[in-house]
Design a protein around this ligand. Structure first.
Ligand code: SAH
Length: 212
Protein backbone atom coordinates (compact mmCIF):
# COMPACT_ATOMS: atom_id res chain seq x y z
CA UNK A 1 0.00 0.00 0.00
CA UNK A 2 1.07 3.58 -0.56
CA UNK A 3 1.08 4.87 2.98
CA UNK A 4 -0.93 7.92 1.88
CA UNK A 5 -3.94 8.96 3.97
CA UNK A 6 -6.19 8.70 0.93
CA UNK A 7 -5.75 4.96 0.37
CA UNK A 8 -9.37 4.32 1.30
CA UNK A 9 -10.60 7.00 -1.09
CA UNK A 10 -8.58 5.41 -3.89
CA UNK A 11 -10.04 2.01 -3.01
CA UNK A 12 -13.53 3.50 -3.20
CA UNK A 13 -12.73 4.96 -6.60
CA UNK A 14 -11.57 1.51 -7.78
CA UNK A 15 -14.89 0.06 -6.57
CA UNK A 16 -16.83 2.71 -8.49
CA UNK A 17 -14.85 1.96 -11.64
CA UNK A 18 -15.61 -1.72 -11.23
CA UNK A 19 -19.33 -0.87 -11.03
CA UNK A 20 -18.89 1.28 -14.15
CA UNK A 21 -17.65 -1.76 -16.08
CA UNK A 22 -13.89 -1.99 -15.50
CA UNK A 23 -13.22 -5.71 -15.02
CA UNK A 24 -9.42 -6.13 -15.02
CA UNK A 25 -8.40 -6.61 -11.40
CA UNK A 26 -4.81 -5.61 -12.09
CA UNK A 27 -6.06 -2.22 -13.28
CA UNK A 28 -8.46 -1.79 -10.34
CA UNK A 29 -5.65 -2.66 -7.92
CA UNK A 30 -3.35 -0.06 -9.52
CA UNK A 31 -6.11 2.58 -9.14
CA UNK A 32 -6.66 1.55 -5.52
CA UNK A 33 -2.95 2.02 -4.78
CA UNK A 34 -2.49 5.39 -6.46
CA UNK A 35 -3.33 8.63 -4.59
CA UNK A 36 -4.88 10.82 -7.30
CA UNK A 37 -4.75 13.99 -5.20
CA UNK A 38 -0.97 14.27 -5.55
CA UNK A 39 -1.51 14.79 -9.30
CA UNK A 40 -3.66 17.89 -8.66
CA UNK A 41 -3.15 21.38 -7.29
CA UNK A 42 -3.99 21.68 -3.60
CA UNK A 43 -7.16 23.67 -4.35
CA UNK A 44 -8.60 20.78 -6.36
CA UNK A 45 -7.41 17.93 -4.16
CA UNK A 46 -10.84 17.56 -2.56
CA UNK A 47 -12.20 16.56 -5.97
CA UNK A 48 -9.48 13.98 -6.62
CA UNK A 49 -11.72 10.93 -6.24
CA UNK A 50 -14.65 12.16 -8.31
CA UNK A 51 -14.92 10.35 -11.61
CA UNK A 52 -14.24 13.50 -13.66
CA UNK A 53 -11.49 15.17 -15.67
CA UNK A 54 -9.97 18.19 -13.84
CA UNK A 55 -7.69 21.09 -14.87
CA UNK A 56 -3.92 20.69 -14.32
CA UNK A 57 -2.78 24.09 -15.66
CA UNK A 58 -1.58 25.19 -19.12
CA UNK A 59 -5.08 24.53 -20.47
CA UNK A 60 -4.65 20.76 -19.92
CA UNK A 61 -6.62 18.21 -17.90
CA UNK A 62 -6.05 15.03 -15.92
CA UNK A 63 -8.26 12.45 -17.66
CA UNK A 64 -11.41 11.03 -16.09
CA UNK A 65 -10.48 7.95 -13.98
CA UNK A 66 -12.94 5.75 -15.88
CA UNK A 67 -11.25 6.50 -19.19
CA UNK A 68 -7.75 6.03 -17.71
CA UNK A 69 -8.84 2.61 -16.45
CA UNK A 70 -10.58 1.70 -19.74
CA UNK A 71 -7.55 2.58 -21.87
CA UNK A 72 -5.24 0.72 -19.49
CA UNK A 73 -7.50 -2.34 -19.57
CA UNK A 74 -7.39 -2.37 -23.39
CA UNK A 75 -3.60 -2.47 -23.46
CA UNK A 76 -3.28 -4.90 -20.53
CA UNK A 77 -5.22 -7.55 -22.50
CA UNK A 78 -1.99 -8.28 -24.42
CA UNK A 79 0.32 -8.15 -21.35
CA UNK A 80 2.68 -5.61 -22.87
CA UNK A 81 6.33 -5.36 -21.80
CA UNK A 82 7.09 -1.93 -23.21
CA UNK A 83 4.46 0.82 -23.45
CA UNK A 84 4.58 4.35 -24.86
CA UNK A 85 2.27 7.07 -23.54
CA UNK A 86 1.78 10.30 -25.51
CA UNK A 87 0.74 13.21 -23.26
CA UNK A 88 2.30 12.75 -19.80
CA UNK A 89 0.24 15.66 -18.38
CA UNK A 90 -0.16 15.25 -14.62
CA UNK A 91 1.51 11.82 -14.69
CA UNK A 92 -1.55 9.98 -13.29
CA UNK A 93 -2.06 7.67 -16.28
CA UNK A 94 1.71 7.10 -16.30
CA UNK A 95 1.64 6.08 -12.62
CA UNK A 96 -1.15 3.56 -13.24
CA UNK A 97 0.75 2.08 -16.21
CA UNK A 98 4.08 2.06 -14.37
CA UNK A 99 2.54 -0.21 -11.71
CA UNK A 100 1.47 -2.69 -14.37
CA UNK A 101 4.15 -2.90 -17.06
CA UNK A 102 7.92 -3.43 -16.83
CA UNK A 103 8.86 -0.46 -19.02
CA UNK A 104 7.00 2.79 -19.68
CA UNK A 105 8.10 5.62 -21.96
CA UNK A 106 6.13 8.88 -21.88
CA UNK A 107 6.27 12.03 -24.03
CA UNK A 108 5.02 15.54 -23.12
CA UNK A 109 5.33 18.85 -25.03
CA UNK A 110 4.90 21.17 -22.00
CA UNK A 111 8.10 21.22 -19.94
CA UNK A 112 6.56 22.39 -16.65
CA UNK A 113 4.02 19.53 -16.68
CA UNK A 114 6.76 17.03 -17.44
CA UNK A 115 8.89 18.24 -14.51
CA UNK A 116 6.00 17.94 -12.03
CA UNK A 117 4.98 14.51 -13.34
CA UNK A 118 8.53 13.22 -12.97
CA UNK A 119 8.62 14.36 -9.32
CA UNK A 120 5.28 12.72 -8.56
CA UNK A 121 6.31 9.34 -9.96
CA UNK A 122 9.54 9.50 -8.00
CA UNK A 123 7.55 10.25 -4.85
CA UNK A 124 5.50 7.10 -5.50
CA UNK A 125 8.72 5.09 -5.93
CA UNK A 126 7.98 4.36 -9.58
CA UNK A 127 11.33 4.24 -11.36
CA UNK A 128 10.56 2.25 -14.52
CA UNK A 129 9.53 5.33 -16.52
CA UNK A 130 11.54 7.18 -19.19
CA UNK A 131 10.41 10.78 -19.86
CA UNK A 132 10.83 12.69 -23.10
CA UNK A 133 10.16 16.37 -23.72
CA UNK A 134 9.05 16.44 -27.33
CA UNK A 135 6.32 16.26 -29.92
CA UNK A 136 4.39 13.05 -29.39
CA UNK A 137 2.97 13.25 -32.93
CA UNK A 138 6.38 11.79 -33.82
CA UNK A 139 6.20 9.05 -31.16
CA UNK A 140 9.58 8.14 -29.66
CA UNK A 141 11.53 6.42 -32.43
CA UNK A 142 14.71 5.55 -30.50
CA UNK A 143 12.87 3.28 -28.10
CA UNK A 144 10.47 1.67 -30.63
CA UNK A 145 8.96 -0.84 -31.18
CA UNK A 146 6.32 -0.74 -28.44
CA UNK A 147 3.89 -3.50 -27.50
CA UNK A 148 1.31 -0.82 -26.82
CA UNK A 149 0.87 2.93 -27.27
CA UNK A 150 -1.67 5.04 -25.34
CA UNK A 151 -2.40 8.56 -26.58
CA UNK A 152 -4.08 10.76 -23.97
CA UNK A 153 -4.97 13.70 -26.23
CA UNK A 154 -7.28 13.67 -29.27
CA UNK A 155 -5.61 13.54 -32.70
CA UNK A 156 -7.44 15.24 -35.60
CA UNK A 157 -6.29 12.33 -37.77
CA UNK A 158 -4.35 9.17 -36.99
CA UNK A 159 -0.60 9.98 -36.76
CA UNK A 160 1.00 7.42 -39.16
CA UNK A 161 4.27 7.25 -37.22
CA UNK A 162 2.55 5.75 -34.19
CA UNK A 163 1.35 2.61 -35.99
CA UNK A 164 4.85 2.26 -37.47
CA UNK A 165 6.33 2.24 -33.94
CA UNK A 166 4.06 -0.63 -32.84
CA UNK A 167 5.42 -4.17 -32.60
CA UNK A 168 3.61 -6.86 -34.58
CA UNK A 169 0.49 -7.75 -32.58
CA UNK A 170 0.83 -4.44 -30.72
CA UNK A 171 -2.07 -2.17 -29.77
CA UNK A 172 -2.56 1.58 -30.17
CA UNK A 173 -5.34 3.18 -28.09
CA UNK A 174 -6.06 6.69 -29.34
CA UNK A 175 -8.88 9.24 -29.31
CA UNK A 176 -9.41 10.59 -32.83
CA UNK A 177 -11.60 13.51 -33.93
CA UNK A 178 -12.24 17.15 -33.08
CA UNK A 179 -15.74 18.17 -31.87
CA UNK A 180 -16.80 14.50 -32.01
CA UNK A 181 -14.11 12.10 -30.81
CA UNK A 182 -13.96 8.31 -30.79
CA UNK A 183 -11.60 6.14 -28.84
CA UNK A 184 -10.00 3.79 -31.37
CA UNK A 185 -8.29 0.47 -30.71
CA UNK A 186 -5.81 -0.24 -33.47
CA UNK A 187 -3.92 -3.52 -33.76
CA UNK A 188 -0.90 -4.07 -35.98
CA UNK A 189 -1.15 -7.43 -37.74
CA UNK A 190 0.80 -9.17 -40.50
CA UNK A 191 -1.89 -8.03 -42.94
CA UNK A 192 -1.76 -4.37 -41.89
CA UNK A 193 -3.75 -2.52 -39.24
CA UNK A 194 -7.16 -3.43 -37.81
CA UNK A 195 -9.33 -0.71 -36.34
CA UNK A 196 -12.17 -0.88 -33.85
CA UNK A 197 -14.22 1.94 -32.29
CA UNK A 198 -14.40 1.56 -28.49
CA UNK A 199 -16.58 4.48 -27.37
CA UNK A 200 -17.20 8.22 -27.66
CA UNK A 201 -14.74 10.31 -25.62
CA UNK A 202 -13.70 13.90 -24.94
CA UNK A 203 -10.00 14.82 -24.71
CA UNK A 204 -7.91 17.98 -25.09
CA UNK A 205 -6.32 18.17 -28.58
CA UNK A 206 -3.10 16.42 -29.54
CA UNK A 207 -1.03 19.29 -30.91
CA UNK A 208 0.69 18.55 -34.20
CA UNK A 209 4.09 20.14 -34.55
CA UNK A 210 5.54 22.81 -32.29
CA UNK A 211 6.66 22.44 -28.68
CA UNK A 212 5.18 24.68 -25.98
N1 SAH B 1 -2.17 11.40 -19.36
C1 SAH B 1 -2.45 12.70 -18.78
C2 SAH B 1 -3.50 13.45 -19.57
C3 SAH B 1 -3.04 14.85 -19.83
S1 SAH B 1 -3.99 15.79 -20.99
C4 SAH B 1 -2.81 12.58 -17.30
O1 SAH B 1 -3.00 11.45 -16.83
O2 SAH B 1 -2.87 13.59 -16.63
C5 SAH B 1 -3.07 15.56 -22.47
C6 SAH B 1 -1.62 15.96 -22.47
O3 SAH B 1 -1.12 15.79 -23.79
C7 SAH B 1 -1.35 17.42 -22.10
O4 SAH B 1 -0.44 17.47 -21.04
C8 SAH B 1 -0.75 18.00 -23.38
O5 SAH B 1 0.26 18.99 -23.14
C9 SAH B 1 -0.15 16.77 -24.04
N2 SAH B 1 0.04 16.89 -25.48
C10 SAH B 1 -0.77 17.44 -26.41
N3 SAH B 1 -0.21 17.35 -27.63
C11 SAH B 1 0.98 16.73 -27.48
C12 SAH B 1 2.04 16.36 -28.36
N4 SAH B 1 1.97 16.58 -29.66
N5 SAH B 1 3.12 15.75 -27.83
C13 SAH B 1 3.22 15.49 -26.51
N6 SAH B 1 2.26 15.80 -25.62
C14 SAH B 1 1.16 16.43 -26.09
Amino acid sequence: MTGFASTTAAQNLARKLNEAGIRDHRVLEAVARTPREIFLDGALAHKAYENTALPIGQGQTISQPYIVARMTELVMQINPQKVLEIGTGSGYQAAILARLVPQLCTVERIKSLQIQARQRLKRLDLHNVAFKYGDGWQGWANKAPYDAIIVTAAAATLPPVLTQQLALGGRLVIPVGEAQQSLLLITRTEQGVQQEVVEAVRFVPLVNGELA
